[in-house]
Ligand binder design. Structure first.
Ligand code: ZN
Length: 284
């Protein structure tokens, strides 16, 4: 790992406090900025920590944690390259492979920042295995800590016919309606979580819970597991602590979505949108 880290061909993905370096092209697209080894050298010397992300076309890529810098824009190695921004904003503008690399880097850097001390004894931990493990440095503890992923389910509930349930949380962007979702609790199967969350949020009893697909959601460390579930088109009993509103919508209503502040569907790069689109297209 030390050899690859010192290799002049290696590539570094700068991460500053959950933000990535990118450049917008002014035409609605963006690209991530990766640093060549000679640019990263001074940043590594200033104390930036790295995590190995993998090989891309044979080139080693590392996440470069710049959280120790107060003003990264002032670092000579980064001057004039682009701006730091949140992946949630730039994700839809990026090529898919770049989005995946940034998601990996963000999740690892976030995890390192929150596991500097051992949860068992309180001693300091140190990064090992290329940044995929932290080991407690207290001699009679030595506990190993691995990166975490928190599973969450996200589900489109439909009536087996022409209507599905979408809801709104108060924190959503104006007009946005999305599928229901929630975190898996200890001891639950994914199917149990779908049944429980739907019942808690809108009061429906679902059946025929079926897996669709998944999406990493490193904000900060989730994996979204997408499902369909069927419920009778009964009246909803909405939990006001979870949802601002929820309702049954027909395919026709969703296909005619004005996509403005009065009503819009979830962002196009989200699994919620994929679940809705596939249902609209009759794939479910
Ligand atoms: Zn310990």
């Amino acid at each position: 790992m030390a050899g690859v880290l010192a290799d002049a061909a290696s590539c570094f993905v700068p991460v500053w406090r959950d933000r990535h370096l990118f450049r917008e092209d002014g035409q609605g697209a963006a690209s991530a900025i990766f640093l060549p080894a000679d640019r990263a050298e001074a940043l590594l010397a200033s104390g930036a920590e790295t995590s190995f992300l993998g090989l891309r076309d044979g080139v080693a890529h590392f996440a470069l944690d710049l959280g120790h810098l107060n003003t990264p824009d002032h670092a000579p190695a980064l001057a004039g390259l682009g701006d730091f921004a949140d992946l949630r904003r730039i994700g839809p503008l990026l090529p898919r492979d770049e989005g995946a690399i940034l998601a990996h880097a963000r999740a690892l850097v976030h995890w390192h920042g929150r596991h500097r001390f051992c949860g068992l004894c309180g001693g300091a931990t140190r990064s090992e295995q290329g940044g995929h493990l932290r080991r407690c440095q207290t001699p009679d503890c030595g506990a190993l800590h691995f990166p975490r992923t928190d599973p969450a389910v996200i589900m489109l509930v439909h009536d087996g016919g022409d209507r599905c349930v979408l809801g709104r949380q108060a924190r959503f962007p104006a007009g946005m309606h999305s599928t229901l979702a929630g975190f898996v609790e200890p001891g639950e199967s994914l199917e149990d979580t779908v049944v429980r969350e739907v019942h808690e949020e809108v009061g429906l009893r679902v059946r025929d819970v079926a897996y669709h697909s998944s999406q990493p959601w490193p904000f900060p460390s989730s994996l979204m597991l997408g499902f369909y579930a069927v419920a009778d088109a009964d009246r909803l009993r909405i939990d006001p602590h979870e949802l601002e509103s929820a309702a049954w919508f027909s395919r026709k209503e969703l296909e005619a979505s004005p996509e403005n502040d009065s009503f819009r569907l979830p962002r196009t790069d989200s699994i919620a949108r994929r679940l809705i689109s596939d249902w609209l297209n009759g794939l479910r």
